[in-house]
Design a protein around this ligand. Sequence first.
Ligand SMILES: Nc1ncnc2c1ncn2[C@@H]1O[C@H](COP(=O)(O)OP(=O)(O)OP(=O)(O)O)[C@@H](O)[C@H]1O
Ligand SMILES: [Mg+2]
Length: 425
Amino acid sequence: MKCDIEIYSEGMWRKAASFTLQSEAEIGRGVKGAGFFEYDVDYAAEYLNDRSIHAVSCLLPVDFEFRRMTVWPSFLLDILPSGANRDYFLKELALPNTPAADWNLLLKGGGNPPGNIRIAQAAANFPTAEFHHGFSYEEIIDRAEYFIEYAKENNAPVAGSSGAQGDAPKFLLTQDHKGRFHADGALPDHLACKHWLVKFPRGKKQSDRDILRNEAAYYKVAQALGAIVGENLFFDSDALFTLRFDRKAAGKGVIRMGLESLASLSSMTDFGARAPMEALCGAIARFSSHPHEDIMEFVFRDILNVAMGNTDNHARNTALIKHPDGNIRIAPLYDFAPMFLDDQGIARTCRWTDAETMGTPDWRKVAQILEKFDIAPEKIRASFADYADKVKTLPDLMDASNVDLWLIERLLNKIDGVYRSLENV
Ligand SMILES: Nc1ncnc2c1ncn2[C@@H]1O[C@H](COP(=O)(O)OP(=O)(O)OP(=O)(O)O)[C@@H](O)[C@H]1O
Ligand SMILES: [Mg+2]
């Protein structure tokens, strides 16, 4: 009933901490189970007081304490398989989908999440297979979401490909210097050249494909408007390729950056990840190395979310990234798509308390809330004026970025409403 947590630091995986359930009965309570968290003594001695890249979470600075936890520490929920990945491991382990499965899923499926931490027991399950020559780009495109099955049939190791969370099926793939693709983790670090997250439509419906195709175009729009967007995003035959921003191949090895969602940073220990927007700003204020800039980036993304119909703005869809130099910044934008098109009718998840009616924020009130984070009122006003100018250009810019015309037309009223509210700030 113990899970060991490893952190990648100075070129290798190191045992850093452990979480132990209080008793076997806690397994049945899933992520609500009580337990104890502690750093390893040797690790703590080396990285004492670190609260960025060497800590498992910003909420748990490295120390010698033995902590009693009434529920799982929130960072473990960033690692626990969820969505399509949860389904995959439930099937592998032949487990029913109940909270009692959580502990096993963590120990079996927490071996390769994005970021710089992993569960040692899960990583130990990775088979040490023979070197495989990898797959071509065309093989991925042709097999789409069945690619990993295909890779398995071809005797390639695939265990590291399924570490990312989220409802849509997706793979973590690593490209070698010859351009061939491998499941993440199957290739030794010194042979890795590029790290990709490849995402497929979340279901078989036309709306699922429409959402993903337009997600690619949405990043272009956000980037053109100055939001922080990762490099090299493209869509091809129902697959969205995004270069991973938590990894960098660096000649002899790979640099792994830390990644912690706003849900984890806000101590959220459930998967709904619904939180007031101002509380999420509070998490950024507390942990970012440049809180004002990162809060304003987060608010700008929220404006785009509202204008462009990205209703699924839950607190695991934004993260802070921990850099090797100790800096902590808002991570590049991800999961930015016209989610209002989803058949299940996703309502806006995170909202501003007292500054929003039925998912429509009053930006003047939001601007007032931001003053509580010590951002100068002139700076807030100037930023909102700039955002208004940017939102005004959205219809043309979306067109130029290949967003579907019918989608732009459906959003015209929304965009105009956001523009008018911004003008009022
Ligand atoms: N470019 C990237 N680099 C590194 N990690 C990423 C990148 N894009 C996404 N991630 C990670 O992968 C996870 C899943 O991606 P994403 O949120 O796009 O999937 P999704 O299935 O659409 O999720 P949801 O269920 O929230 O709709 C993210 O929560 C994030 O941790
Ligand atoms: Mg997501």
